[in-house]
Design a protein around this ligand. Structure first.
Ligand code: SAM
Length: 283
């Protein structure tokens, strides 16, 4: 008998993958956590029915979320990650030897524990002496921080439930305060095909708070539509100019998506995405 997993991505749109084995399933205090072994994408982390990461394509998302802002910064030392319990984002951040500390704030301890067990390719950096992980709400955590971080990465799930506030204007104001005077943040901001209003709203908010705002794209096959957006807010450095001259070389690190040319190209937007940034969207 064949077993298939279906994610309802949007009304009228589903993605279905053939499952070889269900490796884990539990209800944590925050969400349903499932790990599947799939034929096409290998092991897959699914939270509340939504695909978060798969072994086959996670590198695109994690390399682009981490390296674009870090390589844009001229002297990054202290990084904050909000969400990202699978560990893929932290793994990428720690490739940068000049980063001295990585603080990760994940609301659900069980996501980290399950990822450590079933997804060691992603969760391989939690024991690094440069890492500290705390289990609490990232929105509350960042509220009272002032000028503590050079780079903040928001590795959030879809904007529902406890993650909804990670897409709010108040949250971006907190990120601005938590960053040093040349700080920079990046957040995943969903699909330009299906989340037009969200992208417009986030970009509108970020560009009214940060002197430099940008949107960049990457292709993640298991996310709705495949075309994925990241929004970036910067106090000083323009990420669209490409990696800083001071950025450590990522050559020889085995990266499979990020490269200096890809960094620059990711900010070149098709006209329909440019139009999303000009729309008036009320929060
Ligand atoms: N790449 C992913 C995606 O978009 O599908 C995000 C992956 S990562 C697993 C998202 C993590 O954010 C989850 O583990 C979830 O528990 C965590 N999270 C959700 N809301 C949060 C909050 N308010 N503070 C901190 N972490 C949060």
């Amino acid at each position: 008998m064949e077993v298939w997993f279906t994610e309802l991505q949007y009304p009228g749109l589903k993605i279905t993958c053939k499952v070889l084995q269900t490796l884990h399933r539990e209800m944590s205090p925050f969400q349903e956590i499932v790990v599947l072994d799939t034929e096409r994408f290998g092991r897959m982390l699914v939270l509340d029915g939504a695909i978060q990461a798969t072994i086959a394509d996670e590198f695109v998302y994690h390399e682009m979320l981490a390296h674009v802002p870090i390589c844009s910064h001229h002297d990054p030392k202290d990084v904050l990650i909000i969400g990202g319990g699978d560990g893929g984002c932290a793994r990428e951040v720690l490739r940068h030897q000049q980063i001295e500390s990585v603080t990760q704030v994940e609301i659900d301890q069980r996501v980290v524990e399950v990822s450590r067990h079933f997804l060691p390719e992603l969760a391989c950096s939690f024991d690094s002496p440069r890492m500290s992980v705390c289990f609490e709400d990232g929105i509350a955590f960042v509220k009272d921080k002032e000028a503590c971080y050079d780079v903040i990465l928001v590795d959030a799930p879809d904007p529902v439930g406890v993650a909804a506030g990670l897409f709010s204007r108040e949250f971006y104001e907190s990120l601005y305060r938590a960053l040093r005077p040349d700080g920079i943040f990046a957040a995943q901001t969903e699909s330009p095909f299906f989340n037009k209003d969200l992208i417009g709203m986030v970009y509108g908010g970020v560009s009214s708070i940060f002197p430099i705002a940008g949107l960049y794209l990457a292709n993640v096959p298991t996310y709705p539509s495949g075309l994925w957006s990241f929004t970036i807010g910067s106090k000083k450095y323009d990420p669209a100019q490409g990696p800083a001259e001071t950025a450590g070389s990522m050559a020889g690190q085995g990266l499979r998506y990020y490269a200096p040319e890809v960094h620059r190209a990711a900010f070149i937007l098709p006209p329909f995405v440019q139009a999303l940034l000009k729309q008036e969207v009320k929060p």
